[in-house]
Write a protein that binds this ligand. Structure first.
Ligand code: ZN
Ligand code: ZN
Length: 151
């Protein structure tokens, strides 16, 4: 268990923030959107209360784009080094933090994996992790929250 606040920021250091409390949950998303947007194989998503994020330096830029299929994607990033930092959640009052931007990432073990149906075939998921083939529903989301609390 780590102490809070936990400091973090973008690659160039223009934007610095503090995470003030333990997050709501942490999972990995293997959806093709996350693969494409990150340019890698999956994304770590840390759900936090908006109040738990405190900006201490700089001001992230905002983007909001409508994809070809009509879905809207938005988020905040550093305008100088393009590091994505966080995104407002579909759930009011919550944000999704890019947890790899925390200074200490040693405690970031996801309790679950979502969109496993599009996971890269070489990715090995921890035995004890929750798995969802697609986007989890309310019950699945609650399970992710409980698993994080009970870790
Ligand atoms: Zn930056
Ligand atoms: Zn995703």
């Amino acid at each position: 268990m780590v102490d809070f606040p936990q400091p973090g920021g973008c690659l160039c250091g223009d934007v610095r923030y503090r995470l003030l409390e333990d997050p709501v949950t942490l999972y990995a998303c293997h959806c093709t959107d996350c693969q494409r947007q990150s340019g890698t194989s999956f994304a770590l998503s840390m759900v936090v209360r908006n109040e738990a994020l405190e900006l201490v330096r700089g001001r992230p830029e905002e983007y909001g784009v409508t994809l070809t299929d009509g879905r809207v994607k938005q988020g905040r990033y550093c305008g100088r080094c393009a590091t994505r930092l966080f995104t407002p959640s579909r759930v009011a009052g919550l944000s999704v933090l890019e947890p790899g931007t925390l200074d200490d990432t040693s405690w970031l073990r996801p309790v679950g994996h979502i969109w496993t149906r599009s996971a890269q075939p070489w990715v090995v998921l921890a035995e004890d992790s929750l798995r969802f083939e697609q986007q989890p529903g309310d019950e699945g989301t609650l399970a992710l929250v409980r698993a994080w609390k009970g870790r």
